[in-house]
Design a protein around this ligand. Structure first.
Ligand code: PRX
Length: 653
């Protein structure tokens, strides 16, 4: 147990406690009758259609679901527009003057956009995109800091039927280039820079590198985030345009395009088991229904709430729970651009206090960092406005859960540990805060209408115990394909058991009360600080370095990040392994992919342990990286390799 675990937490952990909703919370919650699970299970289509009916449709659907496994069509024939559901619908009511986004930049600058402001700016930017030649179905890449313009650009794309592809601002030029090219984006929207831990992230400069090899890009729009000349920006005549100049002349009126429920809404790239990220495709009607329903019920979202999901919009959590889900519900959403420890380690708590945040949703990595920083930071602030807290992105260890409960939630707020994926589009396993008795470390149960099950290798249901997490019925916000590679979609997700069973890539365990405990990935995908990283991607980046012959990347436990990357590397003939080479390789990976993929350890090895058939023995490498005793090595081609590796690893530590 880490040293900073207080006696209070230790006692709680030993108690094997569970936490029931208080009578007060339950009596006010949107949903408090457990019968809903059965109702939804009996007729999931009717259950989802109930939520869809709360949204605004231009034309009704004729059929809720058409399922030709693994291809699903939800709300067949229905017509709608997502931006109209997130904006116009509210602007016609008293929500017109309600804050949609309360934004704070890292340096301390602040902006509030009402629903009416957001509506107008979205319409204007939609007109800008049209003027730049963007039409329904065209792809637009967004490479921006966490500023309101990112949400505006997404909503503007959705308004005119263009498909957005958001690329997280921490990704490298090469990652941006590959994502732009994979879906032939026509326009790129970026910024002169963003702020992160007091430093300028020069997005346009990075984008310029990418733009050298992106033939499909016709125009680039640059948002001016920096003041004066703090960062130099190259503006290419005819191709590059300043956002504020284009907006000046743009009309406030832009009719929302009539979209089919199954028209593509966005592409979001995520790592898989090969070197090439997958462009996950989400469509319009089902996705909106899924994020609308889960935001409303999982966060028990009410009009009076001040809701804050700390995720960057560059990840799916930001798409679903910063932009579409909360806005479809007419929420007030807090957005903060920068680092949680800038200028001090209480920045987030200062923000909670300043805006009276009521719902707070973050990742276990952040919670573990808060634990390490100590309770004095949250204790400086009045956090009594909080009434519900969430966790997402990786398994949360019980210590972190209990710490969050005690020191942020003041032992008062329910915690929702939400399991889902880029592919599921919306939360799939989660407590319902007015119903569920929670257990620290368990995501508890599938959301009503979601058939998540634990199966063994043969596809039989595991009633109690461990297995593979599967989803056995289609759900509205499910991915529809991998952009440009439907075969990969079928192979990757729908081939483990049968065409009608979705394989999540996660292992999980069911306890005797039917609670789900997520155990992490079972494939070659790692989860580092809540970010998905494919081992193959990092390996490809390493072997791209001229001094590297071969590499194998594995995950090892990390106190804060959950997992860290350990890269085993063999160098080419004549190259000497050294500390400076290790640094060079780490930098190389960060340049190729982005800082999130930078390995924590580089372990030089004379050779990599392989089976007789030439497969790298990853389990063994994992054990070595963890410093565990070695397992059975009899299947190794050259058993001495492992011993050498182990010695080297230990001497490098
Ligand atoms: O392994 C699971 C883990 O994150 C993976 C999905 O990553 P990504 O598509 O980037 O989406 C992250 C945000 C939804 C899953 O396959 N994961 C996500 N949430 C949890 C989780 N693992 C355990 N508990 C969670 N609550």
């Amino acid at each position: 147990m880490p040293e900073n675990v207080s006696p209070e937490i230790e006692a709680l952990l030993k108690e094997d406690r569970s936490f029931s909703p208080t009578d007060d919370f339950r009596s006010k919650a949107h949903i408090s009758d457990p019968a809903i699970f059965e109702t939804a299970a009996k007729d999931p289509e009717a259950f989802w259609a109930g939520f869809a009916k709360e949204l605004e449709w231009i034309a009704p659907w004729s059929k809720v679901l058409e399922w030709n496994a693994p291809d699903a069509k939800w709300f067949v024939g229905g017509k709608l527009n997502i931006s109209a559901n997130c904006l116009d619908r509210h602007v016609r009511t008293a929500r017109r003057n309600k804050a949609a986004f309360v934004w704070e930049g890292e340096p301390g600058d602040r902006r509030t956009l009402t629903y009416f402001d957001l509506y107008r700016q979205t319409c204007q930017f939609a007109n800008v995109l049209k003027q730049l030649g963007v039409k329904k179905g065209d792809r637009v890449a967004l490479y921006l800091p966490l500023i309101p313009e990112l949400a505006i650009a997404m909503l503007a794309c959705a308004r005119i039927g263009a498909v957005h592809s958001v690329v997280f601002g921490g990704f490298s030029a090469e990652s941006l280039r590959d994502r732009i090219n994979d879906s032939s984006c026509k326009v790129l929207v970026t910024a002169d820079g963003g702020w992160r831990r007091g430093q300028i992230v020069p997005l346009k400069q990075t984008a310029d590198e990418a733009l050298k090899e992106t033939p499909s890009i016709e125009h680039v729009v640059i948002v001016k985030r920096m003041h004066g000349d703090t960062v130099s920006v190259h503006v290419k005549e005819g191709r590059d345009h300043w956002y504020h100049r284009l907006m000046q002349d743009a009309s406030y009126e832009c009719a929302a395009e009539v979209m089919d429920a199954e028209d593509m809404l966005y592409i979001l790239y995520t790592s898989g088991t090969t070197g090439k990220p997958k462009g996950i495709v989400h469509t319009t009607g089902g996705y909106l229904t899924g994020v609308y329903a889960t935001t409303k019920w999982v966060f028990d979202l009410k009009d009076e709430d001040v809701y804050w999901c700390t995720a960057d919009i560059g990840w799916v959590t930001g798409h679903s729970y910063v932009v579409y889900g909360p806005l479809a519900n007419g929420a007030t959403v807090v957005m903060y651009e920068g680092a949680p420890d800038w200028p001090q380690k209480d920045r987030l708590w200062e923000i909670v206090e300043r805006y009276g945040v009521t719902i707070f949703y973050t990742a276990p990595t952040a919670i573990r960092a808060f634990m390490k920083w100590g309770t004095e930071w949250p204790a400086k602030h009045n956090l009594t406005s909080l009434r519900l807290m969430g966790s997402v992105g990786e398994p949360i260890n019980p210590e972190a859960w209990v710490w969050y409960h005690l020191h942020i939630g003041n032992a008062r707020c329910p915690i929702v540990d939400t399991w889902w994926q880029t592919e599921t589009g919306a939360i799939a396993i989660t407590p319902l805060p007015g119903i569920t008795r929670t257990k620290p470390g368990s995501a508890t149960q599938p959301f009503p209408g979601i058939s998540a099950e634990i199966l063994n290798d043969k596809g039989d249901r595991v009633p109690v115990g461990g297995g593979l997490l599967a989803i056995t019925k289609p759900w509205p916000s499910m991915l529809r394909t991998i952009y440009g590679d439907h075969d990969r979609f079928v192979r990757q997700y729908w081939s483990r058991w049968g065409r009608d069973i979705y394989f999540t890539g996660d292992g999980a365990k069911l306890d005797d009360e039917g609670y789900y405990w997520l155990l992490g990935r079972v494939d070659d995908v790692l989860n580092v600080a809540g970010h998905r990283i494919g081992t193959m991607e990092v390996e490809s980046a390493l072997v791209d370095h001229p001094k590297v012959a071969e590499s194998a990347v594995v995950g090892r436990t990390h106190e804060i990040k959950g997992q860290a990357l350990a890269a085993f590397v063999t160098v080419k003939e004549g190259v000497t392994a050294s500390e400076s080479l290790a640094d060079e390789l780490k930098k190389h990976v960060a340049n190729k992919i982005g800082a999130i993929a930078r390995p924590d350890d580089i372990i030089f090895a004379a050779d990599l342990p392989k089976t007789r058939s030439g497969k790298i023995m990853r389990r063994l490498l994992r054990d070595i990286a963890e410093g565990k005793a070695l397992g059975d090595t009899t299947t190794l081609a050259d058993p001495t390799v492992v011993a050498k590796l182990k010695d080297q690893y230990e001497s490098q530590e």
